[in-house]
Design a protein around this ligand. Sequence first.
Ligand code: AHM
Ligand code: MG
Length: 333
Amino acid sequence: MKTLIDVLAEDGACKALSSILLTLTQATQHLSARIALGALGGILGSAQKQNIQGETQQTLDVVANDLIKAALQGLPAVAALVSEEEAGVVPCYANGSYVVAFDPLDGSSNIDVNGQIGTIFTVYNRLPEFDHHSEQQFLRPGSQQVCAGYVLYGPSTQLVLCCGGPTRSFTLLNKHSKDAAKTPTPLDAQSDYVLVDEVLTLPIKTSEFAINMAHQAGWDEGVKRYIGDVLRGRGEPFNMRWSGAMVGDVHRILLRGGIFLYPLNHNSHRKAKLRLLYEAAPMAMLIEGAGGLAYSQSIPILEIAPASLHQRLDVILGSISEVERYLSYIMPS
Ligand code: AHM
Ligand code: MG
């Protein structure tokens, strides 16, 4: 049985990067234990405040953010961090060699209904030419990510990670639960992420698509035509799946193949929903590490540098053949 620490050692991850990944994932172990307690863990309901993006925060959004932020802030390897729940860059250690961005709690609308939720994260090398807490540390194309991952809090808790090689998955072996509602420290040394898939490879055959159909009135014509053709059938049965949490939908696609779409919605004031830095870019690295493709409009997501920390964009990712087919509908001929 190989655990995350064994895999990082085998891959030759340096001490600083290992400290970040182990600390961050330990924070998610605590989160997992709190989440498993549901209403008994005091994590349900609204926090009665808004984040910088004007979204009402759930209690768990705040709990998850505080937990992960506190864990990373204590690490000398971390120069700065960005979170979906923080307005700007949070400075950490001036000599830190990495910067970290994260969505502490993805799929917030699923929290109170015991649905799938997750944590998404990305790590970049700190750029020596800028201040350690400069926004420039984060406004870089996803191709520069050192490592990306997510934790899915589902019936089991799974970590999916790519550090430049293959995308791998781990399952949390959790030997405790009774003390989970207590304060998140000290860490429980008995919980660990155990490697289950050394190399995740996205299946080529596609029979599922994931999209929020409720927004179709606001889609571009190409998106409407593509979905219309899928719904009419193409000689192959298609199923639609939408979990309301990107981690859940991307996880299904990594295991079963298919396509995930969050297109522009011209009827919404913000047009795009998903954020580039800590949602789309890490997911693109994980999907490409598993042999898939990730685009926004006609541009590979990993080539796009955010213009601002919380920039949103439309997202297309999944099996190569289906993403290419979709692109042929939305590209001007
Ligand atoms: P969140 O990070 O605030 O939870 O928002 C992102 C989520 C994604 O996980 C998911 O794909 C999408 O928003 C769901 O949006 P919708 O409300 O259209 O179902
Ligand atoms: Mg999110």
